[in-house]
Every structure is written in structure tokens, then in C-alpha cells.
Design a protein around this ligand. Sequence first.
Ligand code: Q9C
Ligand code: ZN
Length: 657
Amino acid sequence: MGEVEKGSTSKTSSRQRRVGLLYDERMCKHSTPDGEHHPENPDRIRAIWSKLQANDIPSRCVLLDAKKAQDKHLLAVHTQRHVDLIKNISCNSRRNRVSAKLNSIYFNEGSSEAAYLAAGSVVEVAEKVAKGELDSAAAIVRPPGHHAELDEAMGFCLFNNVAIAASFLLDGSLELGIKKILIVDWDVHHGNGTQKMFWTDPRVLFFSVHRHEFGSFYPFSDDGCYTKVGEGVGAGYNINVPWENGRCGDADYFAVWDHVLIPVTKEFDPDIIIVSAGFDAAAGDPLGGCRVTPYGYSVMLGKLMDFSHGKVVLAFEGGYNLDSIANSFLACMEMLLERKHAARSLEAYPFESTWRVIQEVRKKLSAYWPVFVDELPTNLTNQKAPPPHLLVSSSDSEGEDGKPSNTISDNVEAALEEVVGPLSKLTVEDHSGGSASFTSWRPVLSRTDIWYATFGSNMWQPRFRCYIEGGQVEGMQKACTGSVDKNPSKGIMWKTFPHRLFFGHESTDTWGPGGVAFLLPESSSHEKAHMCLYRITLEQFNDVLLQENVSCHDMSSPVFDLTELNSAVNQGSVSLEVFKSGWYRNVVYMGKEQDLPILTMTCSLSDAEKFRCGEFPLRAPCKEYANTLVRGLVEGGQLSEEEAIAYIKQASSGEPL
Ligand code: Q9C
Ligand code: ZN
């Protein structure tokens, strides 16, 4: 590589922008010690680099060589102890024991070198932009940095690359003329390390927008709260925008840019902007659960380029879906080079929670920033999307009698189509010709297997297969559409669980008159339910959930994704109501088998209560339906025919729950 500027085919009439780009394969040397899979792996930066190459980006940039950071620059934000730890960790034979004591950190023989290169590379690109040798620049580095604190590696971060570069620009021996720096941290996680390093420093305005959920999202602390504004002379120079829920997308981020970040940037008037550019808020990210598109990132970046004479430095942080990060990074490079946006996404409205958070942030910061004194007009904040968990309308659940009321109006459903539908169908302009399908939740969820635990007619395997392959078996009054992925389950096993099986409601679409099987979501030690577990993908599980509950959702977004799965698994046995209505809208996590989560679907907690108090009727299943359950138990080798009949009869007895 070297600092040769190739690429002279400027399409703009103005001077070709000089955009620095830094990548070095040596940063791939940091990987898990035994090759175990980890989301923060070398393929992340390789995927970005190959995407940029395939789109002729490097030839249009000034390519820069990675440099190892100097200790004196690291020591401006880290302790000597921490610098020594990272410096020596790769020749430390006890490094696994060291990492085990840290939060979300691994080390191998390449970690020290990669960490020094990541930090030094961000310093390098920032220096060149500060000096005016480059207009702007991007560093494709790892390990990431923004969680790393004064004396602690955490959250996949070893050195705080961005903080090191910022303090170098302000305090490094060179006279660079940089007096004020804006750090924009759009990684989906709070930049706790960077926040602490500039907590009392008014020269650095630190802005972070992140999933927070009141401290229940990584890094699990209230440091990311909007009340944390800095202290002393730094008060007002720390701005947090904490999301209350996942699924935030372009509209939410644009609202924050327009009503928080950009107004304050105008006032602050930074000399340079450094972006902690994680792409884990991108649609499709397995950790982030948000939905920012490449277009969204290009717009956010473009708005920042209007300040600091366009001096903007991107430093890669998190981001774990290889396609999402590559497409997002590409969109940012096109913006830096040509001010060109990625293919536009259809615009939706911000969530109501987004407007609330923005108003809280503005109110809290109005003591420091007069631009925030005025309240936002209500005709603006009234423009909002339906709440994030209200995803789907049910007009066709299994039963018709005590059919769950259709609480969601058609208008809302239309609005949902607008909000949810387009986001997963986005494309990003592909310079190799044509447009590449950008993101779909399906490939992501198809990589995770779960056990789908059944207690009703799905215990009979031919009946269950209708949900995968499509079709109809005897006794069923209508056919199933099946799942998109029609591959058979990868395993079947039986288990018993301490839950009460019962039958309720008057009739079902599938089986006709008679009750339908439910499991009480809460366990009770004296109960025993037989359940047949099918190993299927999380993608197939979503298709089954849909068939059990509704018939008119386009599934352009999943109803039960990795975010939901993670929260269920982390909370132990838990139920999550994934639909607003439907008889089986409640996903219950029942523990693990072979290290895979076991999930079942049953009635909501509120419906269970109605069954308990008699507001919903208990009712025995019709003959065909009961026969199917008996058949499942007998053919599954669980019970003799007599035992199975007695088991179903007991559950149908109508004994109070
Ligand atoms: N239950 C960055 O994106 N997750 N770091 C730990 C514990 C750690 C993310 C989950 C996520 C760290 C740079
Ligand atoms: Zn992150």
C-alpha cells in the first residue's frame, strides 16, 4: 500500500475529495484462542474490505498504512497497568485466565499486535485529516474500542481507539489546530469508555445513541442514560440518546439527528468529527436488533459532513452481520467520496418512544444548549409509528368462538405494512451492476436452531410436518401453507415438563367444534405434560408461529428474532407475547437441551387468567383432535393407547386450573 493517490476519474465538477482508507490484514490476527465462533471475528473487516474492493472503492481513495500506536498516546487515556497488560497479553501463557476475569473479552497470540494497530491506525487517519492532507478518512480496524475504559478491557474492546485519537489531536505534540472535537458514537451499544475519558473535558463533545432499555442492554448500566451530561467544565458536553426498545431504524435516527445532534453540532462548531462507526444498529445485526439501512448511515454521515469543513473520520467499532456491515460501510464510503446516498429506503415514522426520548434529552440539555429551550411542535411529534411490539394483526386464529378480539384496526395494519414491510426489502446500489438484495432476517435466523416443543396435535409428526412442508392430514379442515424453508426437522425427542395441559374454547378452524390444547405458561411441580420436541431453525419457528396465529402477515420481519430469544434465554423460563392477539401468541422458553433453547407457544398470561377464573370456557377436544393427540403420543412411543387416552381425558376433564 502506501500513500499513492490513484483514481482520477472524478465525476463531480468540484475538486476530487481526498478520502483516506486504511485496512491491514494484521488486525485479523486477533481471534478466539481455540477458534470458537465469536461475533467479533476477523471476517468482519475482511468482509468490509472485499466489499469495498468489489466496488472499486480503494482505487478512489488514498490508501494508508496501519501504524502501531505509541505508548505515550495510549497513556493519555489508559493506565500504565492497562497498556502493559495488552502489550504483554500475547506472550502471557495465562492469558485465558486473564480474559476469563474480564467482561466479554478473549485474547490470543495476535491480540497485542492487533490492538496496537487498531489504535495507531485511528490516530494515523485522524492526524492526516486534521492536518488537511485528507478531506476525510475511514479506518477499518479491529478490535473495536469504545467500551474500553481507563483501566479495563471490556465488550470486545482492548484499547479505546477513538478516545486515543481524539486526545492525540488535542494534546499531541503537533500543532494541529484542533481545539474542539465532536465524537459521534452510532454503534448500537453505549460508548461507556469514551464517555468516561472525556467526562469533564469541554473540548470533546461526546454524543452516543444506543439501545439502553433502562440499563438492561449491554453494557448494562445507567451510564448510558440521558441524565449523564458530564461534570465540572465538561457539563453539557456529554449527550446520550438511550433507546427504550430495539427495532429502531432510519426514521428514529434521522429524528435524533435533526432534533438533537445537528442543532448542537451547529452550536459547538467542532474542528473535526470522529465517528465511532459501529454498524451493529444495522438491519440484520444479530446483536443489535435495530434496522438502520445503508441509506440511513449515508444520510447520517452526510449531515455530519456539513460541519468541520467536512473533516470527518470514521473508525469501525461493532457490527456483526457481515453483509450488513459491508453494505453499510460501502454506503459511507460513497458518501465520503461523492456525497452520494445509498438507495433510498421508504420512510417511516419514528416510534413514539423515540419522540419521548428526544424530548427528554432536549429538556435535560437545555440548561447547557439554548437551542433546546423550545419544545418540539406537537404536529411533529404526533407523526409516529405504532409501538414496536404491535407487529401483526390477527383475523384468523385457530378458533372462531371466543376468538381473540381483533384489536388492531386495518389502518394500523396498513401503517405497519408501511413501517415494517419496506425495511427488510431494501437494496443497496451495487457497482458491480444490478442491485443486490440487501437484508433479510431469514438467512440470519436460519443459522440458529431451537427445539420447538409441542403438546397438542403437533405431537403427531405427520401433522407437525404440515407446518413445515405445507399440506393437510386427516381430521384437519384446511391445509397449511408450510414454512419458507421446507427442510425437515433435524431431530425429534420427547420430554415431560411440569406444566398443566388443558383444553379450552368452543371450536377451531382446523379441527371443528371442541376445545384446543393449551399449556399453562407457569409451571407447577405436581403437573406433567408430555411434549414432542422438534429441532428446527428459528426461521422455521417464526413461520410456525405465524401459521398458529395469523394468516395475513407478510413476514417481511420476524416476530420472534434473536433479540427476543436472547432475552428469553437470559431471563430463564419466560414468556413473551409476540402477537397482539392469537391463541398461541405467547412464546415460552422452557430451558435447554443439547445447549439449544426449548421454545413452546401457548396462550398469553392474560388468557390463562381468563381460563382460570372461568371467563373463557374449558372444553374437551373433539374426537378427531383428541385422536390426533393420542396417535402422536402412541406413535411417538411415549404412552400405550390406554395411557394416552387417559392422559388426554384427564386434561379435558375441565377441572379448574
Ligand atoms: N450477555 C461492541 O459492539 N455482549 N461490543 C455480552 C452478555 C457484549 C459489543 C452479552 C457486546 C459487546 C464493540
Ligand atoms: Zn456495539
